[in-house]
Every structure is written in C-alpha cells, then in structure tokens.
Write a protein that binds this ligand. Sequence first.
Ligand code: SF4
Ligand code: SF4
Length: 417
Amino acid sequence: MQTRIQADLLATPEGQRANRILRNCVHCGFCTATCPTYRLLGDELDSPRGRIYLIKQVLEGGEVSATTQGHLDRCLTCRSCETTCPSGVEYGHLVDIGRGLVERRVGRPAKERLVRWLLRVLLPYPERLRPLLRTGQFLRPLLPKALRSRIPIELSRNSDSAIAPRRHARRMLMLEGCVQSLIASGTNRSAQRIFDRLGIELVVAPEAGCCGAVSHHLNAPADAKAQIRRNIDAWWPEVQTGAEAIVMTASGCGAMVRDWGDLLRDDPDYADKAARISAMTRDAGEILHGELAGTEKDLFATGERPSVAFQNPCSLQHGQGVKGVIEDLLDRAGYPLRPVADAHLCCGSAGTYSLLQRDIADRLRDDKLRALQAGHPDVIATANLGCQHHLAGATAAPVVHWLELIERAMRPETGRE
Ligand code: SF4
Ligand code: SF4
C-alpha cells in the first residue's frame, strides 16, 4: 500500500511504525472473511481492511470524525485478522496507534469519557470493585436484564486465596489478576494445586496487580505503563533468583504481558526487563502440555467424565498463537471433546468491549453459545475470565475454566495432609 504520512507524524517512532505496517498491506481483503464485526455488520468500514484505510486517512491528514472513531471502537481487537493475513500485517499495533491519534483529534463526549474513566479506576482494583459488585448483587432483582447478566452471582471470598502451597525447588511466578482474583480466584488455586502435584511452586507476588490491559485498551497508555512497571518491580526479585516462567491463567492478561516488551521498548529503565518478562510468559496450558507428558496415568483418576466444548479465546489463539494445546490436555485427562464450528470467531467479551458495545457483544455471544452448544456438551470450558463471565451470563450450562476440569480429573493425593 502506498502511503503519504504527514511529515510531522513520520518524524515520530509511532508514525514510522504505522507507515511500516500500512505498507505491508496489499488490500487483498482475505482478513474480512474472518472479522467478526464485518461478518455481523456487513460494512467494509467495520472490517480490518476498512479500518486500515481509515487509519491511513488519519495519518495522511484526512478528515477524522466521530464516525471514524465509531468504526475503530467497534473493533474487538480480537486479532483474528492477523491470524488470517498472509502479509503479516500487525493490525493490533496499528489499531492502537490509530485509536490514539483519533482520540487526540476528535476527543469524546463527556458521558463516554466518564464511563471509560470509571472503568479504568475501578476494574483494575479489586478493593474498589468488590463493594460495587456487592451492591449490584443486592440490587440485582431491580436491574434491567442486560445489566443483571453482567454482575457475577458469587464473589470469591478472601479466604479462597488461602492454600498451603508446598515449597519446591522449581518455581514459577503466577499473575493473580485483578477481576479474576475477585470473581474466580478458584482458577488460580486450581493452577497452584496442579503445578504443586508436578513439583512446581507457583508464586504470587503480593505487590503485583492489573497487567495494564484495561487501561491500554481504553487508550490510557500512561496508566497502562505505570501498572506494567509496578508489576515488573514486583516480579523482578523472583525473576533474578530463578523463577522459570511467568504463568498466565487468563489469556487476556497473557496476551498483554507478552506485549510488555513492545510497549516499554523506549523506556530506558524498563525496556530490557519488560522484554525478558514477555519472553518468559506462558499460558498455563503451554507449560502443562509439556510438564504433564508421561504423568497422565499416575495423575488422572479413571472413570467417566462430562463432555466438553472448549472455547479458545481470541487472546490465546490469535493474541498468543496457542491452538489445540488445551484441547489436547483435556483429551489426555479423559474428557470427551465436542467439535465447535467457527472456533476462530470472538465471543464478544473482548475486555471492556462487552460493557461498551453491548449490542454487538451480545449478538456475538449468542452466536458463540449456539456453536458451543451444538454438540450438546455437559460443560463449556474456556481459558479466559472475561469470556467465561460473558458466556455464563447468557446460559444455564456450566461455563468453567479448563484448569478446574484438569484438577477435577486428578486422583486424590495419598499422604497429603
Ligand atoms: S481485530 Fe477482530 S474485530 Fe478488529 S478488525 Fe481484526 S478481526 Fe475485525
Ligand atoms: S489480509 Fe492482510 S494484506 Fe490483505 S487486506 Fe487484510 S490486512 Fe491487508
């Protein structure tokens, strides 16, 4: 693609990067076929190719309006288009740059600014979010249905985090997560117990918090970078003293942490540390896939298991390129797997998307649930809290994290107090 980026922008690292990405795009349009918003809305400007044109227009000094912003807002950042693109166009990085420029040029109405600010100051902080969710639970019967489904029925108890982990020579760090620690801390406890059985201690650094994804996706890069630096400081002592990996149990956080090196590449104090941490980051499934090999017979109890439909989150399959790994683990643990059509398509959760673009998010969720339930599974499993919560809000079927299923399949440990 030929580009004529404005000279002042082309003088910036951001402009140069956008220019490089744009020039890789050959307009072939293959990506449109796998874009959830294009499939749903049928508008070229709600497709990756259309959005790439809009961003090019912005960079070249063309007209920018709230309509442009709307098309970029409706993008889920699911990165399905990146997986499809034969030319290696880094759409995710391009849309980040485009959104930032558009925001600076057209701003937002006060109400939108307030909602986005509230999300940024509430979601990453469990101590602020907990009382709010408690109030929401209390008022649940009075709330409209659309809002009711977004409030979790149960919150994790503080005591959920109390397990007695054994010390092991092998250590890995685990990100507890912000919202996950509040509404599904059982996932992390399952991870700790499974790894413990394999002789690996999963260490949680108490000072670590949100991975920065919420602020990053809401176009607040300074906040996101501050959260990243705080986590790096919290983890660095463990990294320097032998932690083998950083384990992610929520794929949305995993995709973000794997991008830290890129986000802090110009930070003289943190660039190297961020790059090292990104390189050490793995989804729990990737690690267990190797660590479990050969132990299945001893580790898993015999007996019948419920059938499972697995939803591979976009942040895992497109954001981290991890496919087939968790399905294989569930199969090795004895779970019959049901096929899922259009597995590459987003469920509509997409971080804060399900709160900001409710109509599209709900339509994508309904499509996803139809695909997941077509094979009549007993359980739906996923690898990301956001997807789990979003899907569970619209079905009576159990929606669980796959780590819980792996733990449930394990033999009771003999001799453990
Ligand atoms: S990130 Fe997802 S929603 Fe956005 S353009 Fe790409 S495929 Fe479409
Ligand atoms: S598939 Fe890649 S090269 Fe083709 S239009 Fe989409 S982004 Fe551009």
